[in-house]
Every structure is written in structure tokens, then in C-alpha cells.
Design a binder for this molecule. Structure first.
Ligand SMILES: [Zn+2]
Length: 64
């Protein structure tokens, strides 16, 4: 599960942002201003990301 936080703010411009609250791979909770990409770069490799095919069943329905 991916936990996201939605921000809406007005300063010199009005903007919205969506940011990760927890790492979806290990559950690490990010600090508010922490760069998310540094966690993925330093603590994960490409092998940590599940293959999209791993969530797809090999059994396919035959057309009727
Ligand atoms: Zn992680």
C-alpha cells in the first residue's frame, strides 16, 4: 500500500503537492522535509521493486 499526503498551499503562488509518507517497499516513515529519492537511492535497489507481472495471475480466462 502506498501512503500519500496531499498538500495545498498559497504563498507567492498557489500549489498542490502529493508526497510519500511511508516507503511502500519497507515501511520507513519519512520526515516532513526529507528527500524521498535519497531513501530509494541509498536503501533500495531495482531488485526491491516487485515485478508488475508478479501480481498478474498466470491463469488466463479462455474466451467463451
Ligand atoms: Zn524503503
Amino acid at each position: 500500500m502506498v501512503t500519500l499526503q496531499y498538500y495545498y498551499y498559497e504563498y507567492q503562488v498557489t500549489a498542490v503537492a502529493v508526497t510519500l509518507v511511508k516507503c511502500p517497499l519497507c515501511g520507513y516513515e519519512f520526515d516532513e522535509g526529507e528527500h524521498r529519492w535519497k531513501h530509494f537511492l541509498n536503501d533500495h535497489t531495482a531488485d526491491d521493486v516487485p515485478s508488475p507481472r508478479s501480481t498478474v495471475s498466470d491463469e488466463r480466462e479462455e474466451p467463451a
